[in-house]
Unconditional design. Structure first.
Length: 478
């Protein structure tokens, strides 16, 4: 069995923190099957700031245990995760057979590690399409270079890539061509594979009542559940209008939401949705719970009638996927979604849930009204979706390509060869990164030395005399 140095995002889904994001679920989707296969794992993970307390500091736990699994777990603050020497030192100490980045940002950090080991980069969604969506929300294209600069580093360094959908694989091939990786050395080499969102095998358990008979929702109400963040691709306008129309026809339809804005990504979409609700004549039918403890979320799955996902019809969604849909399927909760991504197409094709046309509030409203009066059919679809998920989206099955690669990790055929195409641009970007990094280190060193000098001066006779005279002057002045 091999030694695997993995960079990921936390909190992991089993950690009882304030929030669990898709990138944390993705990390565990990669780590768990590799541990199950018997590999020795060192996980270095980015502690997403909004999921931890403000006074959080990095922790280093060798032999961390969860259930039957044991691995080294370095949970790092943003400053430490971005500290190239620190992360490279952890890698060198562990001496792995390969390096794996779980999702975009950890893959970027992995691409900066001083190492000669083969590297696998997981591009969990098409980042430039995500950048486009964020630029539209912010009304500013300034983020595009930031995203592309980091994506370019990953494209240059990684030996193997994984995407979240077959559609994204083709987008990646285009990027690899632009980065000069489709060259004479790599002809016939398969750079990528698809690792769709995965579904854990463990059953959810109902531990306490969170929706029904708690004040605003009765046992007979039809509960439409939203869980997770409201990101740049969430179509809250269509969601609101569709719910309004459905509630006007059937007052038993209640919308319950857990989750909210994502400070690191989108702080506008959720407040906009709240402002729409505040003006609604059906605002009492909207129960907005905000972010809740991770351990409580399954109770919402198990008490709701349907889980709803609604996306804008944009590239980011078309090329991506949805972890929350797999979470609902795992609980046997019937899925209702706009049909935009590869996963929702499967939901529609296999009849394991329901879909509606994107940006069509009337289509959504009619579907909700229908489902509220056909509840036995809704439950049957939910159970069918659960079984389909267990059969096709288990962690072990989705990670099959990764599991095979780590058994004999290897560099891409063009590793070590100068990449001629756009070499000057590549060199300029690398130089820019190095200059920025050196400047950051110089500032840190300057601040350290200034601190030392200040401490020396404060201990000196002249400084103490000055402070005494200044204090004496103040007393005389009074």
């Amino acid at each position: 069995m091999g030694k695997l140095f993995i960079l990921g995002m936390s909190p992991l889904p089993f950690e009882n923190d304030k929030k669990v994001y898709g990138t944390g679920i993705r990390t565990w989707q990669f780590v768990q099957p590799l541990l199950q296969d018997g590999h020795q794992v060192c996980l270095v993970s980015y502690a997403i700031p909004s999921a931890y307390n403000q006074d959080f500091s990095s922790s280093h736990r060798e032999g961390f245990k969860y259930g039957a699994y044991s691995f080294d777990y370095h949970l790092l603050s943003p400053h430490d995760f971005e500290h190239r020497e620190l992360v490279s030192g952890l890698c060198q100490k562990f001496n792995p057979d390969c390096i794996i980045g779980c999702s975009f940002y950890p893959s970027y950090i992995a691409s900066r590690i001083k190492s000669t080991q083969p590297m696998w980069a997981d591009l969990f969604g098409h980042v430039m399409a995500e950048a486009q969506a964020r630029a539209a929300v912010d009304q500013n294209d300034g983020c595009l270079f930031h995203y592309w600069n980091r994506e370019y580093h990953i494209l240059q360094q990684a030996d193997m890539f994984s995407c979240v959908s077959g559609r994204q694989e083709y987008a990646l091939i285009g990027e690899l061509g632009a980065a000069g990786r489709l060259n004479r050395h790599t002809l016939g080499y398969d750079f990528s594979c698809s690792i769709p969102c995965g579904m854990a095998a463990e059953n959810y358990e109902h531990t306490k009542t969170v929706i029904r008979n708690t004040g605003r929702v009765s046992e007979d109400d039809f509960v439409v559940l939203w869980t997770g963040g409201y990101n740049t691709w969430t179509d809250v306008d269509t969601l609101f209008e569709g719910l309004q129309q459905a509630m006007a026809s059937n007052r038993s339809i209640k919308f319950v939401s857990t989750g909210g804005e994502i400070p690191e990504q989108d702080i506008k979409t959720y407040p906009h949705f709240l402002s729409l609700i505040e003006k609604s004549k059906f605002k009492d039918n909207f129960i907005m719970k905000g972010w809740v403890k991770g351990e409580d979320v399954p109770n919402y799955y198990l008490e709701a009638d349907i889980g709803i996902n609604i996306d804008k019809d944009i590239y980011e969604v078309r090329l991506g996927s949805k972890n929350r849909i797999l979470d609902w399927m795992r609980a046997g909760l019937c899925v209702v979604s706009s049909d935009v991504c590869e996963l929702t197409h499967i939901v529609k094709q296999e009849k394991i849930g329901y879909t509606f046309s994107p940006h069509d509030s009337q289509d959504l409203a009619q579907l909700l009204i229908y489902l509220a009066s056909h509840r036995s059919q809704v439950k049957e679809r939910g159970q069918k979706g659960r079984q389909y998920g267990l059969d096709n989206f288990s962690y072990g099955l989705t990670a099959k390509s990764l599991r095979q690669w780590v058994d004999s990790p290897a560099h891409a055929p063009d590793s070590g060869h100068r990449k001629e195409m756009m070499f000057l641009k590549e060199e300029a970007l690398a130089n820019l990164e190095d200059i920025t990094y050196r400047q950051k280190k110089m500032i840190e060193e300057r601040d350290r030395r200034l601190g030392e000098l200040e401490a020396i001066v404060k201990r000196g006779f002249v400084y103490r005399s000055y402070a005494y005279l200044k204090k004496l002057k103040g007393k005389i002045g009074r």
